[in-house]
Design a protein around this ligand. Structure first.
Ligand code: GLU
Length: 524
């Protein structure tokens, strides 16, 4: 089936997160797929906050969901207004379940009045005992229907006595068949479901009923969600039928597994968008990566921007089989997008990391990132924290440009570049020795580098390079590494870094010579 066969016109789709934790990568993936589907077919994407679990729902998690979806560029047409979340965008609100009590009351009353649902007064202890009984005879635990046949007067009496109750659905016995947009035909025998609880009381529906009422009230045409909800769909279809309304189409996106093929969880590393953001993944990289967690366009092409996805995305190319989260692929894609940035933008993105590592600070409080005042970008100056020297943003841009090719996540920048900002570098003696070099060879190299560099008056990268390369050719074995490696380690303290010429030029003569002298002490 091709999406086009569905004759999709102006679909209305939604993401319905519960604000009980930080935005999870799985929820973000589902949001992205819904967003792309709505944009591809000129429809609407709705954000509905499912905050009926009052104990676990917290405003801070709703803020996190809103902030991180926006950061990804997955914007909604209807739902809490991101500029002022007290207000709503769209005409089908309120878009928070906690504010929809009135609507729920109407539907719950209707289900009870028409005999599709009933009050259940069984106590938790009774239910537990029944469950254990079913399990002991090897049957799936199911409600036995005890309160199904209570008479109207018995119900009234129990209510007037203040007996706690819940609302159960009178599950009709039938075969439920639906055509999943991704899994195709699915059949479920409803007698396996039992009479499920659909509401805590006459105004507080549980998830399945609330979702049905809201999807109907918000005129949702396609419910695209994670496969973990596939067992809820037959239940929801029965509720639609009981309410006499046409269900939307359903599509269930594959589960996301970690590299070890178990369900993706904290054990595998970061799972929330806010953690990815903090580690320095770019939103465009996450979008590009997440779309492959279930969408399989049958090409070798790996790079897709949001506009190209809006053109090319289709549910038809979504896979049923689980999607494996490949951390290396995410790193690779992120590195790609890091390389695409112009250096000004990349520097802006890296500054918070350098500041957080306390390598640099803005000179004035008012110059804090972002450096835009009255529409004009002012030239920023920074203090190097240890030395209290002032440097221009150009200096930092230059340093970052040395690393643009190898930077995979932004948070690596402080570790890669700290030696530019620190007074001293910590060197391990053995690291100073290239291949088979002994202490003396490394020491000779450093002495000779010190002499050559001390003679340079015009301290430019070209000069430094010219002079050092001549010596490197002549130095003992003829392998440049014996000369250049100890020098580079003396300046950086690191196994890998930018080349020694750029680094020496940036550090300036005084610091360069001081570091070479310091390293020599280790080899005496
Ligand atoms: N609140 C549910 C969740 O966060 C929504 C499921 C659905 O999309 O129907 O998983």
């Amino acid at each position: 089936m091709d999406d086009l066969d569905l004759k999709i016109e102006s679909p209305r789709v939604r993401i319905a997160p519960s604000p009980t934790g930080a935005l999870h990568i799985g929820t973000a993936r589902t949001a992205l797929f819904n967003y792309l589907f709505s944009k591809r077919y000129g429809g609407k994407f709705i954000l509905r906050i499912e905050d009926t679990d009052l104990e676990r729902s917290k405003p801070q998690w709703e803020e996190d969901i809103i902030e991180n979806l926006r950061w990804l560029g997955v914007d909604w047409d209807e739902g809490p207004n991101p500029e002022n979340p007290k207000e709503y965008l769209g005409d089908f609100g309120p878009y928070r379940q906690s504010e929809r009590k009135k609507t729920y009351e109407e539907y719950i009353k209707k289900l009870i009045d028409q005999g599709s649902a009933y009050y259940c007064f069984c106590t938790p202890e009774e239910l537990e005992a029944k469950k254990n009984y079913f399990m002991s005879i090897g049957k799936a635990p199911q409600y036995d229907g005890k309160c199904r046949e209570l008479s109207g007067s018995e119900v009234k009496k129990n209510i007037s006595l203040g007996k706690p109750s819940a609302i159960r659905f009178k599950t009709p016995k039938k075969k439920i068949v639906f055509d999943d947009l991704i899994h195709k035909k699915i059949e479920v025998d409803s007698s396996l479901l039992g009479d499920m609880v659909i509401a805590k009381n006459t105004s507080l529906p549980l998830y399945n009923l609330a979702a049905v009422i809201d999807d109907y009230a918000m005129q949702i045409t396609h419910v695209i969600r994670g496969e973990d909800h596939i067992s809820n769909t037959p239940k929801q279809i029965l509720l639609y039928e009981a309410l006499g309304i046409e269900p939307p189409r359903f599509g269930h996106l594959p589960l996301i597994l970690g590299q070890d093929r178990s369900k993706l969880s904290k054990r595998h590393g970061a799972v929330s968008l806010k953690e990815y953001k903090k580690e320095g993944y770019l939103p465009e990289a996450l979008v590009n990566f997440m779309v492959f967690l279930g969408w399989n366009p049958d090409t070798d092409r790996e790079i897709f921007s949001m506009p190209s996805l809006i053109k090319e995305f289709s549910l038809e190319k979504c896979q049923k089989s689980a999607a494996v989260f490949n951390q290396n692929k995410l790193l690779w894609i992120n590195g790609f997008y890091v390389r695409q940035k112009n250096i000004k933008k990349l520097t802006e993105l890296c500054l918070p990391y350098l500041m957080e590592a306390n390598l640099i600070q803005p000179v004035l409080e008012s110059q804090k990132y972002p450096p835009v005042f009255g529409g004009e970008t002012i030239r920023q100056k920074f203090l190097i924290s240890e030395s209290q020297e002032t440097v221009d943003i150009d200096y930092i841009e230059q340093i970052i440009s040395f690393y643009q090719e190898r930077l995979k996540v932004l948070s690596e920048i402080s570790e890669l570049t700290d030696f530019f900002f620190k007074k001293n570098v910590i060197i391990q003696k053995d690291m100073l020795k290239w291949k088979t070099a002994d202490d003396k060879t490394a020491l000779d190299a450093l002495k000779s580098a010190e002499n050559i560099l001390s003679d340079i008056k015009d301290w430019t990268q070209e000069k430094i390079k010219d002079r050092l390369l001549i010596e490197a050719q002549n130095f003992k074995t003829g392998d440049r590494g014996y000369f250049l490696w100890p020098l580079r380690v003396a300046l950086t303290g690191k196994k890998a870094s930018a080349g020694p010429f750029e680094i020496a030029a940036m550090l300036g003569k005084e610091k360069t010579i001081a570091r070479i002298k310091e390293a020599q002490k280790m080899l005496f």
